[in-house]
Write a protein that binds this ligand. Structure first.
Ligand SMILES: Nc1ncnc2c1ncn2[C@@H]1O[C@H](COP(=O)(O)OP(=O)(O)OP(=O)(O)O)[C@@H](O)[C@H]1O
Ligand SMILES: [Mg+2]
Length: 360
């Protein structure tokens, strides 16, 4: 987690995920050994249905935040939900970060920061002076003369960091940290799991496939598979407006739409299954460890029939974990939290990172 100010995090913190479909906000707090979901809110991007500027856009080369609209939208969520906390952590999308793992020679704990800076330029296509680095040791024993050190490195372009600073300021919030989506969902969804998990986040614009080995994120890949394609496929083949097609997709998914349309949906989804198989095979070749289970998250994970289709095609148990499951919250929220859980994993993950770093 990028935490430049080394501030102690307060006991209550806000996590925000500025997604393509919607902005998600959660406010969480901790007490003793537990945590409470204090508040949450979401504002959908109308740009998905109308010709308006989306919250965030990606043209294949650069990533843009429309600062003004986002700050205004966040302010609206804070007002509506009555959130007063100012400390915020934002997630940064996979396509504007660089994730890589690499090995360095044996060294002591103290030598690692300098060495990461020395090795990083080989792996990152941007000058190091223009990026903010964050890393974690995922293999080897610092101080052991025979043990190479393996690190998982995330680099965020400074330009992206500046964008988030402006958004926070515009919304009247205090930016405490930034974190990549991949590490956020790992924290939110994989707890005490002693297995190799393939964690897949399917949003609107891009999909990430991550390998988490006994709780440690080892690999993270980003693909162009877009959940949004499914809606467009239904809209165009049935001659429907996007909002109607979206509703139909979410209700019927792969289960009860017209056969021809279902075929098109499978056709769009299959490349993602191939990617999951490739990533898993690649991990097996490098580490001799089989992926044991598949975890699905992101809004599209809720597509009716998707879990079963993945299970059948991949021959592994497929789980849809809920990021709210170990929070304390009023029981009346249960049904809604079950429903929105998959799309809140990132926001919950970044906020949890803040609580973890905070003072006891
Ligand atoms: N019940 C459902 N069935 C199928 N798809 C759903 C369902 N609910 C939401 N979705 C889809 O999930 C997507 C939104 O997911 P999510 O909120 O994770 O995206 P995002 O984080 O805003 O996007 P991205 O991460 O790509 O920028 C939309 O495409 C929406 O159609
Ligand atoms: Mg997302």
């Amino acid at each position: 987690m990028w935490n430049p100010f080394e501030m102690f995090f307060p006991k209550k913190i806000i996590g925000i995920d500025i997604g393509t479909a919607s902005i998600k906000v959660v406010e969480i707090s901790k007490w003793g050994g537990g945590k409470t979901l204090e508040n949450y809110g979401e504002i959908k991007s109308v740009s998905l249905y109308k010709e308006e500027e989306p919250f965030r856009t990606f043209d294949g080369a650069s990533y843009m935040l429309s600062d003004f609209f986002i700050s205004r939208a966040i302010k609206a969520i804070l007002e509506e939900t009555g959130i007063k906390t100012k400390a915020v952590i934002f997630s940064v999308p996979d396509y504007s970060t660089f994730c890589i793992s690499f090995e360095m020679p044996p060294m002591t704990e103290k030598e690692i920061p300098e060495s990461v800076k020395y090795h990083a330029p080989q792996y990152i296509p941007l000058p190091i002076s223009e990026t903010t680095l964050d890393w974690k040791v995922i293999g080897g024993i610092p101080g052991d003369k025979k043990s190479n050190i393996r690190v998982f490195l995330i680099a965020i372009p400074n330009q992206v960091v500046e964008g988030y600073k402006r958004v926070a300021e515009g919304a009247g919030l205090e930016l405490y940290a930034l974190e990549a989506e991949a590490t956020a969902i790992t924290r939110a969804l994989i707890k005490d799991v002693k297995k190799v998990i393939c964690l897949v986040d399917i949003g609107v614009q891009s999909t990430t496939i991550n390998i988490v080995d006994h709780g440690d994120l080892k690999k993270s890949y980003s693909f162009n598979f877009a959940g949004g394609q499914l809606t467009y496929a239904i809209a165009s083949s049935m001659g429907l407006a996007n909002d109607k097609a979206e509703q139909l997709k979410n209700e019927k998914g792969l289960v009860s739409l017209d056969k021809e349309i279902t075929k098109t949906l499978y056709y769009l989804i299959d490349p993602l299954l191939t990617e999951i198989k490739n990533v898993s095979n690649d991990f097996y070749i490098k580490e001799q460890k089989q992926v044991e289970e598949i975890y699905l998250t992101g809004g599209t994970a809720s597509l009716p029939g998707l879990k079963e289709y993945f299970q059948e095609s991949l021959g592994k148990r497929v789980v849809l974990p809920n990021c709210f499951s170990d929070f304390l919250y009023p029981p009346i929220l249960e049904e809604n939290l079950q429903k929105i859980g998959p799309s809140f994993s990132v926001a919950v993950g970044v906020a949890l990172g803040g609580l973890k770093n905070g003072k006891k």
